[in-house]
Design a protein around this ligand. Structure first.
Ligand SMILES: Nc1ncnc2c1ncn2[C@@H]1O[C@H](COP(=O)(O)OP(=O)(O)OP(=O)(O)O)[C@@H](O)[C@H]1O
Ligand SMILES: [Zn+2]
Length: 808
């Protein structure tokens, strides 16, 4: 913790037009020092004690004194708990030291919840988060009072006060002129100087006061970003595999110690900084270095926490562990999010900069022609850049903040801007449109294998795989208290399944395509039973031992209850097409399409590269694509899409590849993300139009000699503050997912419940296309491209028609 966190909130490109005077600068430094000092006085409670005071099947009420700890960042705690999968809602009452959690009632969730509470990360305790004072309007008020009092002061005092107040601005303007050329400081300095030279002290002081108010508004918006910092991103990995005394054990990340050996496999986030001690892998370091190609590592290579294993397995000797590395990651995310400027922002800032010399030249020209100092001063008070340059980051940050409060993290301004252009939403199925919380529905052994033995075999192979399918199988085995067989040489084949050795026999668990086409296992014996399972909307795993099919495992998944309403809301937000890409079987894809008529197209049995390819096709046809996925195999698609969005319980790689991260699995977050992006761009557009309009009008009046300098300055600064306020409020309005009443009345469509009576007919209809078939796919047309400001529901007749033809 060598760097005080407050560092990250200092804006990188402090807008020149309201550069704080020397005093303001000093105040900032003091604030930083204070927070640093108090941080050191804050003692985090690493293992707080919680007592369960009330327990119901799906609700826990706990009491813990730590909740009243003065440094505890409640927002962080809330985010931490809300990010646990299975947690539905929570209420923290600081005064009563109590927290009430509604969850899914599963024992695993309960355990994770208790673990999270009793192992609070050091990050949860942040003195600066709590103590930071709101910006102080004192200076602005004082200079305003002085400005208003100016005419009343006796002349010598008036002179002294006015020149003292103006000196820093004038000096700053002069330095800027010499060092950087004509910038906004130069306008401010010369407007003040001209007013003083004319003996118009009131105007000079009024301009100063207006500038101070501008600074106050900016500091307020800065503080909002600070609050944003506290909330963003909660730890993503809570447990890691540690290799000790020849065995791998899963331990909470907080228990990893220096010198421990950590084992990581595909899709996993490397939790420590260290060196590879065993194995080989391709490591994705995009989030650290910006390098998008995976880097190969082998024994002896250094690896950094925050990188993600793309392929392969490695063991890492930990050299840096704990809060330091994870904090570094969090800080990095925050800094990128808040400092990154979008291309649009850069463009308008450049334009605004170009207008400054123009204003300056106009002022000089007016003076040369009219010899009227007042007129020239009026012109110089007008500058376009303030409102435009400031309203942009203010609106964006407020939006990022508001969105994060609603559980949506944007990786920065560019993500907001890009998402606003999106007209086609592509989703995968498992874990996004469905809960991904799969359950084993049926065990169908072939031959003499008992059900439990079939399950144990599969669970043994799946044990270390973080995939919804694997979790379901392992959980069922655990529920039946089965002993898993010892396995060796485990191989995870993304989008296919698992292969492992049990007692010298090779066991395969996975899709039919994997066993039949890739591994040559004859699966025809399963034809009848598998098609009835698919017909019932279930997913089917095939299990083989020693080259022979030994059984099927049917899995049940549920469509998210809010899915129909969310898809409808997205249509209303201008998402013209919704396309589903799934790795699952054709019939599973079709069952989904029937259950969710809002879906325009479904592609099935896709491998990860195919998903990326399908997205490229849509893009090539002129569509602007957002992809929502979870899971490691979605990374290529996330990268291919114009905007990648990942679910909170997705594999780590998916998160790293995404520009938007949903902190809660509900699809409301997706609606929030789109609504935020649309609204932010609309706010930006209106702010820019207002700034150009008002300033141009003021400039015209000033040139015509119709506005005295103080009036020009008031209009200019007043409108700037007004536009900033609009940007802050408009951008920061808490997004409210526009899910209509249908979201509450909609029953949760179980995939199984939507089993069609005409399944056989459907299958024969698509019998021609064997693999990677496409149910219906029509590239987004150019006509679907939308104006960024057009938020009207878009009639989607063509797609609906084709859909009807396909699905009826
Ligand atoms: N760990 C695994 N164990 C067994 N089978 C697996 C495993 N991983 C993938 N499969 C099989 O491969 C298929 C495709 O997997 P993939 O992960 O691409 O799809 P998915 O994530 O289940 O579906 P979607 O892409 O719609 O989210 C699965 O339907 C399953 O049959
Ligand atoms: Zn294959």
């Amino acid at each position: 913790m060598s760097t005080p966190r407050a560092k990250t909130v200092l804006p990188t490109n402090r807008p020149a037009c309201i550069e704080p005077a020397a005093a303001g600068g000093e105040r900032r430094v003091t604030r930083r020092t204070e927070s640093f000092v108090s941080r050191r006085r804050c003692h985090p409670v690493a293992k707080p004690v919680f007592r369960i005071v009330n327990e119901q099947p799906k609700r826990l009420r706990l009491r813990g004194r730590v909740l009243a700890h003065p440094c505890l960042d409640l927002a962080y705690l809330r985010a931490l708990l809300a990010a646990l999968s299975g947690v539905d809602a929570l209420r923290i009452n600081k005064g009563a030291h109590s927290v009430v959690v509604d969850y899914d009632g599963r024992a695993a969730t309960r355990t994770r919840l208790l673990q999270a509470l009793t192992n609070l990360p050091a990050d949860a305790f942040r003195p600066d988060a709590v103590r930071e004072q709101p910006p102080d309007p004192f200076r602005a008020i004082a200079t305003s009072v002085l400005a208003l009092a100016t005419p009343l002061l006796p002349l010598p005092l008036r002179l002294a006060v006015s020149w003292t107040l103006a000196a820093p601005t004038i000096a700053k303007g002069a330095t800027t002129l010499i060092e950087d050329g004509v910038r906004v400081d130069v306008l401010d300095g010369s407007a003040k100087l001209l007013s003083l030279l004319r003996g118009d002290f009131f105007t000079a002081n009024a301009i100063g006061a207006l500038l101070d108010w501008g600074e106050y508004v900016e500091a307020t918006s800065e503080q909002r970003s600070n609050a944003l910092l506290q909330r963003l991103l909660t730890p993503q990995t809570d447990t890691v595999w540690v290799h000790r005394d020849g065995v791998e054990t899963k331990v909470p990340i907080a228990e990893v110690q220096l010198g421990d050996t950590v084992a990581c496999g595909p899709g996993e986030l490397i939790p420590v900084d260290g060196r590879v001690s065993d194995g080989e892998a391709a490591v994705d370091q995009a989030s650290l270095t910006g390098e998008s190609l995976p880097v190969p590592v082998t024994v002896g290579s250094p690896v950094l926490s925050g990188s993600v294993i793309h392929e392969g397995h490695i063991r890492i000797q930990a050299e840096q562990v704990g809060a330091e590395t994870s904090m570094a990651r969090i800080n990095r995310f925050l800094e990128t999010a808040l400092r990154s400027r979008s291309t649009g922002e850069t463009r308008s800032a450049k334009l605004a900069d170009k207008l400054v010399p123009l204003t300056f030249a106009t002022g000089l020209g007016v003076f040369a022609l009219t010899r009227d100092l007042a007129r020239a001063a009026s012109v110089l008070t007008v500058d376009y850049s303030c409102a435009i340059k400031l309203s942009n980051p203010v609106a964006v940050r407020s939006s990022l903040y508001a969105a994060s409060r609603a559980g949506v993290l944007f990786k920065g301004a560019q993500a907001l801007e890009d998402l606003d252009r999106v007209d086609t939403l592509v989703l995968d199925k498992t874990g996004t449109l469905t809960t991904g919380d799969m359950q084993v529905a049926d065990l169908i052994p072939f031959g003499d294998l008992p059900e439990d033995a079939l399950l144990a075999l599969a669970a043994g192979a799946e044990e270390h795989y973080d995939h919804p399918v694997a979790r379901a199988v392992v959980a069922e085995a655990a529920a039946r208290a089965l002993a898993l067989p010892p396995i060796s040489q485990v191989d995870f084949i993304v989008a296919h399944g698992v292969s492992a050795y049990v007692d010298d026999a090779r066991v395969l668990v996975g899709s039919r395509h994997f066993l039949e086409d890739d591994e040559g296992v004859d699966c025809t014996a399963a034809d009848a039973v598998s098609s009835s399972l698919y017909g019932a909307g279930k997913s089917v795993l095939f299990v083989a031992r020693a080259g022979r099919l030994v059984g099927l495992i049917a899995l049940r998944d549920r469509i998210r209850p809010e899915a129909p309403a969310a898809l409808a809301a997205l249509k209303a937000l201008g998402v013209a097409r919704t396309v589903v890409l799934t790795g699952d079987h054709r019939d599973a894809g079709r069952a989904l399409a029937r259950a969710l008529p809002m879906i325009d197209a479904v592609h099935w049995e896709l491998k990860p590269e195919d998903k990326a390819g399908a997205i490229d096709e849509i893009k090539a046809a002129g569509g602007c694509v957002a992809f929502l996925g979870d899971g490691v195999n979605d990374a290529p698609a996330l990268v291919s899409a114009d905007v990648g969005i990942s679910m909170p319980n997705g594999a780590d790689l998916a998160r790293e590849a995404a520009q938007v991260v949903l902190m809660r699995p509900e699809l409301d977050g997706l609606v929030t993300a789109f609504a935020t992006a649309r609204r932010t761009q609309a706010v930006l557009k209106r702010s820019a139009v207002a700034a150009f309009g008002i300033n141009t009008a003021t400039m015209g009046l000033a040139v015509g000699g119709l506005l005295p300098p103080v009036a020009a300055a008031t209009i200019h600064n007043g409108s700037t503050v007004g536009i900033l306020g609009y940007a802050a409020l408009g951008g920061g309005r808490r997004p409210r997912p526009a899910l209509g009443p249908s979201s509450t009345s909609a029953t949760t469509p179980a995939l199984a419940a939507s089993a069609p009576g005409d399944a056989a007919g459907e299958r024969s209809a698509a019998a021609g296309s064997a693999q990677a078939s496409v149910l219906h796919f029509e590239p987004a047309t150019a006509a679907a491209a939308r104006e960024p400001d057009d938020h009207q529901p878009r009639p989607n007749a063509a797609a609906t028609e084709v859909r009807d033809a396909d699905f009826a």
